[in-house]
Design a protein around this ligand. Structure first.
Ligand code: NAD
Length: 502
């Protein structure tokens, strides 16, 4: 009798449903063994310091760029992206490696801290950044490379080992990039495990810090488990990003930007434009321009196509349901509106006459649809944009940038792009964070993006000649307590605090 074969993931090409490759699922025991190996290797990785780690990171970046064609082909095959969308991932994501390789030494340098109070005046105070030994990255299927490198680069640069579980739908390109790490002979501090929720759950148990990117529902489960384990977790979750088009907007720019923001990667971007509010004065002209721009897009998997397939059939079903339910409630489809005959295609779609009673305006669609709603004015647009459980990002379209900034200040989201889409995503100096049900914590954001992978250690040392009796040591005496009281009373006066620089 044959031994039962190990459970396997069958990775299908979204463009035609054919099985591309089968990959064994990594079970809990193997996740634990991988974690042990990584922990052992991390000690030397931590001790080699940021400059030596940066050398390995740059070699890895070189390997990725040398293998761009191979990686892009694989990414197109397993995700159904069109080639230009895939190339954004395989090339632009190297920015994250460059940035953290270049700045890790500066970001990890111990920081001198001011005394802050009279009692610590005789001490030298230092804040020191010590890497978590093992970071777990759990990632979704929409950007298998970008969402891996955004976190792997700072975590590795910080001196952590990294255990990565990519999505069960798209494990191939991520696994290949991690093979590249080993091909260049880098220290064995980076491993990939393939599998679904059970494997992800085992990763959560095995690591010291969890960086999760995925749906809000799964994020809640992961956060609950991390709370039980008292384990730090950072969550990048779903979104329902609003675009606000004002009467003074450059309408050509707004229409093209919003079409790109809603349809790029077949709308499977956490910060896709998912709903559009257009003030009455320019609504008709805006819709006309969107009809023209959407209608001109070509869909398929040929080199000349603009819009590819969606990764999963289940996601196409969600998009179809949102469009159908909206139509049943009175919305009109002006462009697209249906799925393809084969493969995971859904036509780029424009919906109008929508409102907040419809799922297409309140739930994450994660597909190539643009529901556009007419609003009276700026105030109504802002109120509707904030009427959401999510708070990832938003866009504002106006020729008056100071007006854009003022509106940004009223929006309950982690990022606002004025007259553009996605521009915060590759701005490594800015944090990428979701508010409300869109997440907890942040990624990137310069030093913050690397220091989140460190535990902060407080160090004090004497800076005046040592005495055998510190003011606050046992045994207390009435005299010393009285002196301490007087000193503290004096210190409460602003004048002395200012003179001492407190
Ligand atoms: P998902 O939540 O279904 O899965 C994400 C990952 O979690 C997968 O690797 C999955 O195997 C794993 N997982 C599932 N159950 C788990 C468990 N119990 N413990 C640990 N891991 C588990 O999400 P998805 O469908 O793959 O991705 C789409 C979602 O991701 C969308 O909601 C999208 O908005 C979101 N997303 C967010 C960002 C962001 O930065 N905010 C970026 C990209 C995607």
């Amino acid at each position: 009798m044959n031994a039962p074969s190990a459970p396997t993931l069958h990775i299908r090409r979204p463009a035609d449903g054919e099985v591309l490759r089968s990959v064994p699922i990594v079970d809990g025991d193997r996740v634990r063994a991988a974690a042990e190996d990584l922990r052992a290797a991390q000690l030397a990785w931590r001790d080699m310091g940021p400059a030596a780690r940066a050398t390995w990171l740059r070699k890895w970046r070189g390997w990725i760029l040398d293998h761009t064609d191979e990686l892009t082909d694989l990414l197109v095959a397993e995700t159904g992206k069109v080639r230009p969308d895939a190339l954004v991932e395989t090339t632009a994501s190297c920015e994250f490696i460059s940035f953290y390789a270049d700045h890790a030494k500066e970001f990890l340098a111990p920081e001198r801290v001011g005394a802050g109070g009279l009692l610590s005046l005789p001490k030298r105070l230092t804040r020191s950044y010590r890497p978590y030994p093992l970071v777990g990255l759990i990632i979704p299927w929409n950007f298998p490379i970008t969402l891996f490198l955004m976190d792997a680069a700072p975590a590795l640069a910080a001196g952590c080992a990294v255990l990565t579980k990519s999505s069960e739908m798209t494990p191939l390109t991520c696994a290949r990039i991690i093979e590249g790490w080993h091909e260049i002979g880098a220290p064995p501090v980076l491993l990939h495990v393939a599998g679904a929720g059970d494997t992800g759950g085992a990763v959560v148990e095995a690591v010291d810090f969890v960086q999760f990117t995925g749906s809000t529902a799964t994020g809640r489960r992961v956060a609950t488990r991390c709370a039980q384990l008292l384990k730090p977790v950072s969550l990048e979750l779903g979104g329902k990003d609003a675009a606000i088009v004002l009467e003074d907007a450059d309408l050509d720019r707004a229409a093209h930007g919003i079409v790109w923001g809603g349809i790029f990667n077949s709308g499977q971007v956490c910060i896709s434009v998912e709903r559009v509010y257009v003030v009455d004065a320019v609504y008709d002209r805006f819709v006309e321009k969107v009809v023209a721009a959407l209608g001109a897009l070509k869909q398929g998997c040929r080199a000349r196509d603009d819009v590819g397939a969606m990764v999963t059939r289940a996601q196409v079903d969600t998009v179809e349901r949102h469009v159908r339910e909206a139509q049943e409630s009175g919305a009109r489809v002006l462009v697209g509106g249906s799925r393809g005959d084969e493969g995971n295609f859904f036509a780029p779609t424009l919906l109008v006459d929508v409102d907040h009673s419809m799922a297409c305006m309140t739930e994450e669609t994660f597909g190539p649809t643009l529901p556009v709603m007419r609003v009276a004015d700026e105030a109504e647009a802002v109120a509707l944009a904030n009427d959401s459980a999510y708070g990832l990002s938003a866009t504002v379209w106006t020729r008056d940038v100071s007006r854009g900034r003022r509106i940004a200040d009223q929006l309950e989201v982690g990022a606002v792009n004025i007259n553009d889409v996605f521009s915060n995503l590759f701005a490594v100096g800015l944090p990428h964070s979701g508010w409300k049900s869109s997440g907890l914590g942040a990624r990137l954001g310069g030093a913050q993006g690397l220091r989140k992978y460190c535990r902060v250690q407080a160090i004090t040392e004497p800076r005046i000649p040592l005495t055998t009796k510190e003011l606050t040591w046992y045994p207390y005496s009435a005299r010393r307590t009285a002196i301490a009281g007087r000193v503290l009373r004096l210190a409460a006066g602003r004048g002395l605090r200012q003179r001492l620089g407190l």
